[in-house]
Design a protein around this ligand. Structure first.
Ligand SMILES: [Zn+2]
Length: 337
């Protein structure tokens, strides 16, 4: 079945949209196992403990002690869960995540999926695509993630709880289409949510047209990331009308030019009835941007600065929704496998 945008999605629960209350049997798949959505707590909906991409050489997130210090700083401010949007092949450190979660007491949702083609050696992509990308993602969601950045690494016991994909600047190339198509296949096999990197916040309409329009992924299982980097309020309302989750980033060292629009953007969407679909994450992508061991703002900024501001501008109920109730729905699924 093909779906167009849900009309009148806001103001009431609409089947298959982000506004549904958690369904019976839905759980959040963390690296330590599946947990009821109500147990997730205060969530950083998009961040990274470990990440290594060529574009940020020299600023890798590859230090377990620094990751633990950042996690502890977030925990100290009341943080309870972090979704790490690092896909396969980019220094995800799947084998270290359970230990990090246990040591800090944070729930950690990890990702399978792939980023844009430019972040990988072409030979690596050929190898994992040869055996079927959808099956590759599904195995990481159901059996466990590979321990390293190469398909030869052993599989860990830690399962991914989401699929990370990426669009291109104002469009999708062939690689992005293949990855999104494989993500839809893995979603239909498992129920997993799909988190999307949008280059400078663009191409979300293309992504939705493919995932929701052509591939029948319910919008409530799609998390559109980085939308704050293309701060067009009208576009954001159009995207919200689809029923998808809209994921905004906290202040970033590399995209700070749009930070000043964040609060107004959230307030406008909330006023239009889309509060249940809003998510916020820190998206810490460099060692320098860590708070505990770098120059900040890092993960703690989300709770130290942003949450009180959101509570002042949008109200405490809205802050509670953005940090607790919305991520609990966004990351939960009735896992088919
Ligand atoms: Zn990210």
């Amino acid at each position: 079945m093909r779906r167009g945008p849900d009309t009148g999605a806001h103001g009431g629960a609409v089947a298959g949209t982000a506004e549904d209350t958690p369904v019976d049997g839905a759980t959040v798949r963390t690296v330590l196992g599946d947990v009821p959505p109500g147990r997730l707590g205060v969530t950083d909906a998009h961040d990274h403990f470990f990440l290594r991409i060529p574009a940020l050489a020299g600023q890798e997130l590859d230090d377990p002690a620094a990751a633990a210090a950042e996690a502890a700083a977030f925990r100290e401010l009341g943080g309870a869960a972090v979704a790490q949007w690092t896909p396969f092949g980019l220094g995800r450190e799947a084998a270290r995540l359970p230990e990090l979660s246990r040591a800090t007491g944070l729930h950690v949702v990890a990702a399978t999926g792939l980023h844009q083609a430019r972040h990988y050696a072409p030979a690596l992509l050929d190898r994992i695509e040869a055996d079927g990308l959808g099956a590759f993602f599904t195995a990481e969601l159901t059996e466990g993630m590979l321990a390293g950045d190469d398909p030869d690494w052993p599989r860990t016991a830690a399962r991914a709880g989401m699929i990370k994909v990426a669009g291109m600047f104002h469009g999708l190339d062939d690689h992005a289409r293949r990855v999104l198509t494989a993500a839809a296949e893995a979603h239909h096999a498992t129920g997993a949510p799909i988190g999307v990197h949008h280059e400078m916040g663009t191409a979300a309409p293309d992504v939705l047209a493919l995932l929701q329009g052509e591939l029948d992924v319910p919008a409530g299982s799609v998390l559109l990331g980085h939308l704050n980097r293309f701060p067009d309020p009208g576009l954001h309302r159009e995207l919200a009308a689809s029923g998808a989750f809209l994921a905004f980033d906290g202040p970033s060292r590399t995209h700070h030019a749009t930070d000043w629009r964040l609060l107004d953007g959230l307030a406008g969407l909330a006023a239009a009835g889309y509060l249940p679909q809003l998510l916020l994450g820190g998206d810490t992508v460099t060692a320098q941007a860590r708070a505990a061991t770098g120059e900040g703002p890092g993960m703690p900024y989300l709770l130290r600065v942003l949450r009180p501001r959101v509570a002042r501008v949008l109200g405490e109920r809205a802050a509670e929704a953005i940090w607790v109730a919305n991520p609990a729905r966004a990351f939960s699924a009735v896992w088919a496998a």
